[in-house]
Design a binder for this molecule. Sequence first.
Ligand SMILES: [Zn+2]
Ligand SMILES: [Zn+2]
Length: 313
Amino acid sequence: MSGETLQVYFLGTAGALPTPSRNPPCIMVRRGSDTLLFDCGEGAQQQMMRARCGFTIDAIFVSHWHADHFLGIFGLVQTMSFNGRTGPLTIYGPEWVNEFVQTLKNVARFNLKFPLEAGEMTAGSWVRFDGYTVTAFAANHGLPALGYILEEDSRPGRFNRERAIELGVPPGPLFGRLQRGDSVTVGPPDNLRTVRPDDVMGAPRRGRKIVYTGDTRIVFQQIRDVASDADLLIHDATYDETEKDRAKEFFHATAAQAGEAAAELKAKNLVLIHTSSRYPDPQLHIIDAKKAFSGPVIAPKDLDMIEIPFTPD
Ligand SMILES: [Zn+2]
Ligand SMILES: [Zn+2]
């Protein structure tokens, strides 16, 4: 469906260790009435309260099994059960997600009141939602790790009302049929003509797209086909340039590399995330990222929200 709001809440922006003002990674995407989590670090529930975005989660996508990315799931699942959830919840993630979900069920000494399911993802696998798809790609983090792409279906092209009238289509129900993709027949019985949707509809308009890399070294060469032209590229920017060697050693990216990835992938906006607790001020990260990327660079604070508007036609 078109016309849905698309909001991204940065509930946790820290890397590895929390700080007094920043939580481990947790990104909530709300599209229309759907709410998805990408990673769910420790303390996610209180961030949800602070952001006033509720606890009703439709699916959780975990990028990899380092504790800063999943510890929040335990408490969240208990709360959803406590609140009377009955519908199933699927936790998606790379290999070990089945063991994780089983472990979660095993350690829980509360009566889980809803089905908890595991969805194992590999590079290229996808999950279909109403109006959009979440697709996984391989990150490079020294263990099985995935990034995720949320992409909306394309919207039908714009209807050219004047052209339709010119072609003899009277305003009314026939307009709707053309907009739904059906051809219509118009004109007097001795001169019937067919008007096709292509005659009066513009090119399809692409949906919005969010790319979340999770923890990774830069991988833009490998993901160009699927991850280009994102409205929002949310990229690992754990380190600054002085720690470039450390970034490589620990399978992370620097802010400058995130900028390079954003330029290569033609992202519209770059979001720097998973910033190490050693950097109290992300401004230097932004300066680093802008060396390669000329678009907007955002280093969100916890609880910041970005609303992604429709792509202008
Ligand atoms: Zn991490
Ligand atoms: Zn990690």
